[in-house]
Design a protein around this ligand. Structure first.
Ligand SMILES: [Zn+2]
Length: 179
């Protein structure tokens, strides 16, 4: 339980990092490119993903047709399923479990997009891994789930320190420990 006490701090840090970037809202994202913050706090992990709606559904405004509404609902369902996005791998039979998922994608849910014509979906996931072992790999299933995703810029605050990664469909794994 000790690790959990520090969660609010950790999440505040994430909010600050993402808030700073979102504040430059005028700056358009690049379609096909997502951003992720990954923060390790002992056995707890916080994942924050920001993905252009274009990458998820092919449009960045509220859905208009039944087909678009269906695409939006399907995308929301995938965003709410952490296993469709990311996997922290620990030796079997142990596993990391999802403590919380929060999806923020108001435009997909029908709200008007902000002026400028671009819109993102944001997903915050908190995971709890076993105390006894460190995850060895982080695999981004998001590349399979959303095949328009071509690159993910990752800022990681790991036990080993601050790291940056550029992940692609062909290189979707972060190795945390050398074999
Ligand atoms: Zn866009």
């Amino acid at each position: 339980m000790q690790g959990l006490v520090r969660w609010p701090l950790c999440l505040a840090f994430l909010a600050a990092v993402l808030g700073a970037s979102s504040a430059q809202a005028g700056k358009a994202h690049e379609h096909g490119v997502g951003r992720m913050n990954l923060v390790q706090d002992g056995a707890n992990w916080a994942v924050d993903l920001e993905l252009p709606l274009d990458t998820l559904v092919g449009f960045e405004r509220p859905p208009r047709t039944p087909a678009e509404r269906q695409a939006a609902q399907a995308a929301l369902a995938r965003l709410r399923d952490p296993q469709a996005l990311i996997r922290l791998e620990v030796p079997a039979p142990l596993s990391c479990t999802t403590a919380a998922v929060e999806v923020h994608a108001p435009v997909l849910e029908g709200q008007a997009a902000a002026p400028g014509g671009h819109a993102d979906a944001r997903v915050s996931i908190t995971l709890q891994c076993p105390d006894s072992v460190e995850p060895q790999r982080v695999e981004l299933q998001a590349f399979t789930t959303f095949n328009r995703l071509k690159r993910l810029e990752v800022q990681a605050a790991l036990k080993a320190g601050q790291r940056q990664f550029k992940l692609t469909p062909a290189n979707r794994v972060i190795h945390l420990r050398r074999p």
